[in-house]
Design a protein around this ligand. Structure first.
Ligand code: DQA
Length: 143
């Protein structure tokens, strides 16, 4: 079964971007990890990244129309995008919010997620492993 792994702004710069916070592995490494972790639990991961809010919303519409589960790292949109929240609210399959870092342990503005309430659940703070855990959660829910 297909699963979308959707990533928001600045995540294409993993490895270069604040390595003390996000690690030294690249977005390509993350893509590989997700594909492999999905395969292990019988899913086929389509991994995408965009810096564009409109594009991310269009992918969520697509997932809703096709009834495809989603692992979503909304990046900074997490904290303020009501448009993204409204797109997630239309979901027709499980959606797991993931974060590489633990936003609750960081700056005050990261303590709010406007998308958490419309996600199935949230996994944060485990580095790239957050995605692996989310894929396993989705495989378990669909089984
Ligand atoms: C992030 C956390 C967000 O606060 C931040 O804006 C990001 C990445 C994470 O994966 O830890 O871009 O979503």
């Amino acid at each position: 079964r297909p699963v979308y792994v959707l990533n928001g702004p600045n995540l294409g710069r993993l490895g270069i971007r604040e390595p003390d916070v996000y690690g030294s592995q690249t977005f390509e490494d993350l893509v590989e990890l997700c594909r492999e972790a999905a395969r292990e639990v019988g899913l086929s991961a389509e991994v995408r990244q965009t810096d564009d809010e409109a594009e991310l919303i269009s992918w969520l519409h697509e997932a809703a129309d096709l009834r495809i589960s989603v692992v979503l790292n909304p990046a900074a949109f997490t904290h303020y995008s009501y448009a993204l929240r409204d797109a997630i609210a239309q979901r027709t399959a499980p959606l797991v919010e993931v974060h590489i870092s633990n936003p609750a342990a960081r700056e005050e503005f990261r303590h709010t997620s406007v998308v958490a309430a419309v996600a199935t659940g949230t996994i944060a703070g485990f580095g790239f492993q957050s995605y692996v855990l989310a894929l396993r959660a989705i495989a378990g829910m669909e089984a």
